[in-house]
Design a protein around this ligand. Structure first.
Ligand code: NDP
Length: 333
């Protein structure tokens, strides 16, 4: 078995030397336990966002889809696939309870029946990011048909999904992302406008794309990009604060500067709400079922950027934080 240990807490963009790949011998199973073998692992922005809470020496945190290869637990039989927050490891012994103590997380569950779709989707569209899009957008933004929705991180796992749900709900959708390739992809998904925040003046681009203002903003990035978007919002607009990746690689003492947003929040009477997807743990399967149905109906598309080889986990993680992924970033063992 192999696992990655966090040997040095991250500063700025993580470095390959911050994590170390080690071999380990696993003990025999006890009653109530099962052994699973990772098939796909996820790299996610929260791994960087939460890093200040992580202790050096721990197995790096993260979720995976794994095949159960031995079992002394009748709820987790051999041959089935399990989705769990087992960390960056190839083999896991689990008793079916929550494994990591650092992040507000979910208990391991058997992969639901998703037909012929790839199992990796359980880490993306049919898993945590998919539920983030489903609950975080619909429950917080409460979009109405005809409204204008802006989503940032629009070429990524959550953002590309939010934009498509907004289209399903009859909204006009503007996606903001960091490359022309991502802009072309989200337009092919049905986004009405795609803006590359690295190459345009965002004020001008928003004035053109949303001449009647913005009603809902799904915020994945925070920072100045979000401050500018919020200044274009209509009265009684809703902001779902999902993430702030523009600040994750910064120390608390050198956070990126952003324009003050309170005047817009007050005078436009905006509602701004942060959330963690685990808030909807009790409705987890509802999100997965709805997203699965939309995929089967051809109304929800996805892309994955798959890195081959467990040994390349750190590379995949760094690429995610530097924006190289299109859709969900996945590692295939
Ligand atoms: P993505 O697939 O969107 O990957 C991250 C993307 O963020 C990159 O591809 C890059 O795209 C963009 N990015 C990186 N650095 C910056 C920057 N400085 N400014 C703006 N964009 C940047 O990841 P996810 O879809 O998994 O996550 C998206 C967001 O959702 C994150 O903030 C994450 O923390 C949050 N999240 C929150 C959850 C919750 O419960 N609240 C649950 C899951 C995710 P680009 O080329 O466009 O710059």
């Amino acid at each position: 078995a192999r696992r990655f240990i966090l040997v040095k807490n991250f500063e700025d963009i993580p470095k390959e030397t911050d994590l170390q790949l080690v071999e380990e011998e696993l003990p025999a199973l006890k009653d109530g336990q099962f052994l699973s073998e990772a098939v796909y692992l996820s790299v996610d922005p929260y791994m960087r966002a939460y890093s200040h809470q992580l202790r050096e020496g721990i197995t790096m945190i993260g979720s995976q889809v794994a095949k159960i290869v031995q079992s002394r637990n009748k709820d987790f039989p051999v041959g089935k696939y399990v989705v769990g927050d087992f960390g960056w490891r190839t083999h896991t012994i689990s008793d079916g309870n929550i494994a990591n103590v650092y992040v507000n997380t979910i208990t391991p569950y058997l992969l639901p029946d998703i037909g012929d779709l790839p199992h990796s989707l359980a880490l993306g569209t049919l898993g945590m990011p998919g539920n983030t899009a489903y609950f975080g957008f619909l429950e917080v933004c409460k979009p109405k048909p005809g409204e204008t929705v802006v989503v940032t991180g629009a070429g990524g796992a959550v953002g590309s999904h939010v934009g498509q749900i907004a289209k399903i709900r009859g909204c006009r959708v503007i996606g903001i992302t960091g490359s022309d390739e991502k802009c072309n992809w989200i337009k092919s998904l049905g986004f009405d406008h795609a803006i590359n925040y690295k190459t345009v003046n965002l004020h001008t681009a928003l004035a053109e794309a949303a001449p009647r203002g913005i009603d809902c903003y799904f915020d994945n990035v925070g920072g100045e990009v979000s401050s500018i978007i919020i200044q274009h919002m209509n009265e009684f607009g809703r902001i779902s604060v999902c993430g702030s990746i523009s600040s994750y690689n910064s120390d608390i003492r050198n956070l990126p500067k952003a324009t003050v947003i309170q005047p817009s929040v007050v005078f436009q009477q905006l509602e701004m709400k942060g959330f963690l997807v685990t808030h909807w743990n009790h409705r987890w399967m509802e999100g997965i079922k709805q997203n699965l149905q939309w995929i089967q109906e051809g109304r929800l598309k996805y892309k994955e950027t798959v890195t081959e080889g467990f040994e390349n986990m750190t590379k995949a993680f760094i690429s995610l934080l530097t924006g190289e992924n299109l859709g969900k970033a996945i590692v295939k063992v």
